[in-house]
Design a protein around this ligand. Sequence first.
Ligand code: DUC
Ligand code: ZN
Ligand code: ZN
Length: 460
Amino acid sequence: MSILIKNGRIITDEKDFQSDIYIEDEKISDIGVGLSLGAEHIIDAKGLYIIPGGVDVHTHMEAPVGGTISSDDFETGTRAAAFGGTTSIIDFATQSHGQKIRETLDIWWKKAEKAVVDYGFHMIVTDMPEADLKDMDEIVREGVTSFKLFMAYPGVLMTDDATIFRVMQQAGKNGSFVCMHAENGGAIDVLVKQAVAGGKKDPVYHALTRPDTAEAEAVYRSIALARMADAPLYIVHVSTYDALEHIAEARDRGLPVYGETCPHYLLLSIDDLKRPDFEGAKYVLTPPLREKRHQEKLWQGLQRNNLQLVSTDHCPFCFQEQKTIGREDFTKIPNGGPGVEDRLHLTYHHGVNEGRISLHRWVELVSTAPAKMFGLYPRKGAIAVGSDADIVLWDPSKEHTISAQSHHMNVDYSMYEGFSVRGGAETVISRGEVIVDKGKWLGEKGRGKYLKRDQYTGRV
Ligand code: DUC
Ligand code: ZN
Ligand code: ZN
């Protein structure tokens, strides 16, 4: 299959130029003005931006959480991602207690066979005795080059400092790194028990029992542990200014510390958890939504590169069937919210249109930096000869009101219901195949491929 894209304006993290693109099979094979190569399919991209496909490095498809399973599987979730202009995801495989991480990986490979865009994995480690450390090296060789650890959820996912330190040391040696869920789980557990004992069971107590300082303390501690272990560190879902300050300070010292934030921390707040009629449960995710004052600080973190990228932490649960499990008690509400489809248009509209970031920085935050950070560049995240032809034709003038009625995620609500955005994906190409065109789905179940990721090189 060959495709010629004519008359487009190519926008990368660094460049902005008019050119044609020639795609042969799965790769970009030529970029130049006035290409006159014969192609099976010609696309006129006049008036559109041509950007590299989005890379979302934080999703949870078909993930077991709190006694239920996230409502998007790898097919529905990756299809929704594609509609929003994301052509690669990195999902989380979760080690069950006592399970060998190699076995965990096999289970997630199986689940992901139906994906419609390309996917890689991080490994969530819940147990890592000294004797099993070499298992980490084995999966790094198979392209799983990052490990998520939790400093929260005691008795379920939380690992102690010794385990964290061991895993960091091993990661530092084998070319991978730790992605940290940084919240002080011990203190939070005490606060949660006290709230419940006091009859405080509404959704807002999810946020009130997880203070800003619980995140900041854990970020600081994890940076200290990584420094002692001489290892890189990536903080997932940064939600507070307090946490961001610790990351900025570490980076000022030249430490290899990185962070992501998510659209919901940039655009939503604790006020959403106070919505009446249990609607606040739609916004129960972790770390929780914060006071509004954090939002501009997080945007500044992105502007100044103290935060390197935007991911979604897409972890959807249907309101009617799943969130209501916690109607009488916020601790039983499954933690997570949908977003994989909305990342590009939300950050474009509130970032580029509202003057917070440049077009280049936007492409960097949603595509190039995640690809570099997670060992996929220049195969992904680039418009370059030899790169995978993962290309989004972006219409900067397309107006759209976000709604659960029209989104493609398998979930019965949107956290951004009624948000109006300008700018959206018009045509989405994944490895040389048009999979979305003008709102129409053209891809096939199972066409996504496993992404064997490179080792960490510290390129962002
Ligand atoms: N952390 C995540 O990264 N996702 C969902 C829930 C959580 O605690
Ligand atoms: Zn987390
Ligand atoms: Zn997550």
